[in-house]
Write a protein that binds this ligand. Structure first.
Ligand code: AHM
Ligand code: MG
Length: 349
């Protein structure tokens, strides 16, 4: 029988891929894995919250009970603080970035951007949620890391990953040398390598978009949706539609089965809804590493200029052929929305 390989063992083995690595990135990934296990434990108890005590009450350790997204944020930040490899954390839950100012972090080289609990509107209804993270190396070599170190293009990521708290819990990550997936074995409390070298199918037949906003989409997206729905045997259409409202869950399925996930700009959200730094860039890095494609409909996500911690972007991401087709439709039917004129969307129609 083939032995089990844990996330910890795998990370150490892969350190040899980076000849000058001193183990800092490995330790950082390990810290994220530990926080993910703690969050997993709480997510699995989500339905028991009312039985164990309402928010505002205290639990058995005397700690106040917190909303899960706040709890997840605290767990990841605390793991990164005590690990000593991270100098700045950017989180969806915090308006400003958090500078880690401690003795053990004084030589820390890494910046971590994180969405601690993505899709959190799904917690109450037992649908999968996730964590998304992105890791950069600071650019400056001395003094405190600054905003300049934080606002780096997606192409500069040294690692990115997500955790999906689903029917099982998985951690999927890349350091730019392919994508590997680990499933949490609750009996031993370890993430075990279950999906080595993940490859996204080049084409697929599942599309994922919130069609409730259809009337607010640009014409190119409307045309693409219609294209997905038309009967055409040679191209396997009509496609199937799947949308959970958790990007991690929808993209995880697309990564495994092939598919496309779209959150376009809409009349209400002219720059899209999802955040570039801790949602779209890490997912784009993973998907590209697995052989897929990620754009805002016009330009590669990883090359977008980063000007703000919580900047939003439209996203079209998934199997290469499907993304190319959606881009073709946008170029043809919504050519006026270019990278520079996203804000002009409301004038279309
Ligand atoms: P969140 O970070 O506040 O949870 O929002 C992100 C989520 C994504 O996971 C998901 O794809 C999207 O928001 C769903 O939004 P909508 O309900 O507008 O379709
Ligand atoms: Mg989110």
């Amino acid at each position: 029988m083939q032995g089990v390989k844990t996330l910890g063992q795998f990370i150490i083995e892969k350190q040899a891929d980076f000849p000058y690595a001193k183990g800092e990135l490995s330790r950082l990934l390990r810290d994220i894995g530990i926080a993910a296990k703690l969050v997993n434990r709480e997510v699995n108890k989500a339905g028991l919250a009312d039985i164990l005590g309402d928010a505002g009450s205290t639990n058995i350790q005397g700690e106040g009970q917190k909303k899960l997204d706040v709890y997840a944020n605290e767990q990841f930040i605390s793991a990164l603080q005590s690990g000593g490899e991270c100098c700045i954390v950017v989180s969806e839950e915090n308006d400003e970035y958090l500078y880690i100012d401690s003795e053990i972090s004084k030589n820390a080289k890494y910046i971590v951007a994180i969405d601690p609990l993505d899709g959190s509107s799904n917690i109450d209804v037992n649908v999968a949620v996730g964590t998304i993270f992105s890791i950069y190396r600071r650019k400056s070599t001395e003094g405190k890391a600054t905003m300049d170190d934080v606002l780096q293009q997606g192409t500069q990521q040294v690692a990115a990953g997500y955790v999906i708290y689903g029917s099982s819990t998985m951690l999927v990550y890349t350091t730019g040398k392919g994508v590997n997936g680990f499933t949490l074995d609750p009996s031993i409390g370890e993430f075990c390598l279950s999906h080595p070298d993940m490859q996204m199918p080049k084409d697929g037949n599942i599309y994922s978009i919130n069609e409730g906003y259809y009337t607010h989409f640009p014409d190119g997206i409307k045309k693409y949706i219609k294209y997905c729905q038309v009967e055409d045997k040679p191209t396997n259409r009509p496609y199937t539609s799947r949308y959970t409202g958790s990007m991690v869950a929808d993209l995880h399925r697309s990564l495994i089965k092939g598919g496309i996930f779209i959150y376009p700009m809409t009349a209400q959200a002219p720059s899209g809804k999802l955040r570039l730094v801790y949602e779209c860039n890490p997912m784009a890095f993973i998907v590209e590493q697995a052989g897929g494609k990620a754009s805002n409909g016009y330009s590669r996500i990883l090359e977008l200029e980063v000007t703000d911690l919580h900047q939003r972007t439209a996203i079209v991401i998934g199997s290469e052929q499907m993304v190319k087709k959606a881009e073709e439709m946008l170029a043809c039917f919504s050519p006026q929305i270019t990278k520079r004129t996203f804000e002009g969307l409301v004038t279309i129609q």
